[in-house]
Design a protein around this ligand. Structure first.
Ligand code: ADP
Ligand code: MG
Length: 560
């Protein structure tokens, strides 16, 4: 079967298309969202998801998160004794989601559809494909996240004709697309984005304020302490959705640090981030030539679009109240599941067509650091265009093409994707010339073909930063190596999660509750170790409720 996967920076989820409709896949906790966190447990076994997330605070050296930000780069990510590439860690997430899906459906997963931020470049998309290959499945189709959300919206609206503005605001990225839908066609008109802006930045802004208020400096505190501050800041951020003020308090060693943060102050410290949201919105609307913006057109997806601050700011920008409708966390996965359904040619989704675009311009450098775009941003996919370029001096024996992505006038200010060099005959009478063809496929992967006019010689290449361009053998080798890492056993996972959670809470609280917590955790651990117990689910519920109360800071509560 084919599974649609929203492989997020913060959370990932899987969806399938069955019996004429989209179904999301619950994990062992019964949640649709699986945190994109990978860790090693005390036995060196892999843990993925909710359980691993709990250990971010208590075992920072054995846990990693947010690695999607490094997709397609050589950046090494330290986990335990070795380093990993983002695509290797992502393959563990994919494996986990596939296991969950196979458990849920009883069917074997052979192929996946994965969504990526529209702003992902070639290298990032290629790395995403690698992650799938490492996980042992085929990724035939990569789809832009906002486009997936658009498809889901089209389904939700029962195929009514509509124009909409999809704001996809996740943990690390923002994409805004303007979409038109008519009959069975969903057409993306324009996309604008910022792939360095997300919910984590709002959390970091609060953490920064916390340090400032407490006269602390990030460079001089332990990683562990900073994580605790981040966890507390994240909680505060969510609390401010429904309250006008929130208390933060974090303990380090035996000192307690505090801050009171008002919603108003949060708005103030978020100004630079909000200005960037506005810039992206303006660019998307401008590119789509979309002027009559109505609040009903907005489709908000991604966790950060649930931020009261973001909704109020968008409302302020257009002078009407913008709110979320459908569950913003699930839209992209639903869209991916729809694509899976389309691919499997199931029932009524068969005829749904998506017309997607390329969100950035692609071109080459010409002499003097000038940028010559070949495919302009917002061209529809697939797209193929050719331009002719001439040698600059007589007697030249090579033509070099530096390939860039971006919108800046100076070539060097854009993102260099790669280079291609072709030989030309040494000629002192005419200037040699070559045709450069850019072909951009449905997955957003670029193929460059250079034809030398005088000789007819053709040179073609999929452009990638050389770092991650792997051969089939290298991929197979890597896959075999990664397969040796087993993901932890499912049945005990929910119990282990509670113990990890208790451990994290223990590190955050002080005083008499600590002892109580320790005792209760020991007891729970012993009961779990006995493993044969019919009353474990009940114990689980009780212990879980107790931890919930602790987490809420319901400190007046004591038992036993
Ligand atoms: P990604 O697609 O990057 O995995 P998500 O769409 O899951 O990200 O969004 C994760 C981000 O959303 C996190 O930064 C989280 O803090 C934020 N978030 C989740 N729920 C809420 C909420 N109710 N209000 C505000 N922010 C939220
Ligand atoms: Mg997302």
């Amino acid at each position: 079967m084919i599974v649609g996967i929203d492989l997020g920076t913060t959370n990932s989820l899987a969806g399938i298309f069955r019996n004429g409709k989209v179904e999301l896949v619950p994990n062992v906790f019964g949640d649709y969202l699986t945190p994109s966190v990978v860790g090693l447990d005390d036995d060196g076994e892999l843990i993925v998801g909710k359980l691993a997330k709990e250990r971010l605070v208590t075992k920072p050296d054995l846990t990693v998160s947010q690695f999607k930000r490094f997709m397609g780069s050589k950046h090494p990510i330290q986990l335990g004794e070795r380093t990993y590439q983002a695509e290797e860690l992502s393959s563990f997430i994919i494996r986990k989601l596939i296991e969950d899906t196979e458990r849920y459906t009883g069917e074997k997963v052979e192929e996946i559809i994965v969504s990526v931020p529209a702003y992902f470049n070639d290298a990032q998309r290629y790395a995403t494909k690698l992650a799938g290959q490492y996980a042992g499945v085929k990724i035939d189709r990569i789809i832009n996240e906002p486009s997936a959300a658009s498809l889901a919206q089209k389904m939700n609206n029962e195929m009514e004709d509509q124009a909409f503005i999809v704001v996809d605001f996740g943990g690390g990225t923002l994409d805004i697309s303007v979409v038109e839908s008519f009959d069975n066609i969903v057409e993306i008109l324009a996309i604008a984005g910022d792939n360095r802006l997300g919910g984590e930045d709002y959390t970091a802004a609060i953490a920064q304020e916390f340090l400032l208020v407490n006269d602390l400096n990030k460079d001089f505190i332990s990683n562990e302490f900073y994580y605790k501050v981040l966890v507390e800041s994240e909680k505060a951020k969510l609390t401010l959705n429904s309250q006008d003020e929130v208390q933060l308090s974090v303990a380090d060693q035996d000192t307690q640090y505090d801050m009171t943060l008002s919603y108003k102050r949060f708005y103030e410290i978020s100004q630079p981030l909000l200005a960037r949201v506005k810039a992206v919105l303006d660019r998307a609307l401008f590119d789509a030539n979309h002027s009559h913006v109505h609040a009903d057109d907005f489709v908000l997806v991604g966790g950060t679009s649930k931020l009261r601050l973001v909704q109020e700011f968008l409302s302020f920008c257009i002078g009407q109240a913008v709110t979320t409708t459908d569950d913003p966390d699930l839209m992209i996965a639903k869209g991916c599941a729809l694509v899976a359904g389309i691919k499997e040619r199931q029932g009524e989704v068969r005829d749904l067509l998506l017309s997607d675009i390329c969100p950035f311009s692609l071109g080459v450098e010409v002499v003097g650091d000038k940028y010559s775009p070949i495919i302009e941003r917002n061209s529809s996919l697939p797209s193929s265009r050719v331009e002719r370029y001439y040698a600059q001096s007589l007697g030249q024996t090579q033509l070099r093409f530096n390939i860039y992505q971006g919108e800046r006038m100076r070539a060097s200010e854009n993102l260099l994707l790669g280079s291609l060099v072709v030989d030309v005959p040494e000629n002192y009478q005419d200037y040699e010339a070559a045709d450069v063809r850019f072909t951009y496929d449905l997955n957003g992967i670029l193929d460059v073909e250079v034809t030398v006019l005088s000789t007819g010689q053709v040179c073609s290449k999929i452009i990638l930063q050389d770092s991650i361009n792997l051969s089939e053998e290298e991929i197979a080798k890597k896959k075999a190596e990664l397969e040796k890492y087993k993901i932890n056993v499912q049945e005990t996972e929910v119990y282990r999660y509670l113990i990890e959670r208790a451990d994290r809470l223990y590190s955050m609280i002080l005083g008499v509750e600590r002892e109580n917590l320790m005792e209760r955790t020991r007891f729970f651990e012993q009961e779990v170790a006995k493993a044969s117990l019919p009353h474990l689910p009940k114990l689980y519920d009780e212990f879980s409720a107790y931890l919930d109360r602790l987490e809420r800071g319901d400190r007046a509560y004591y038992e036993r």
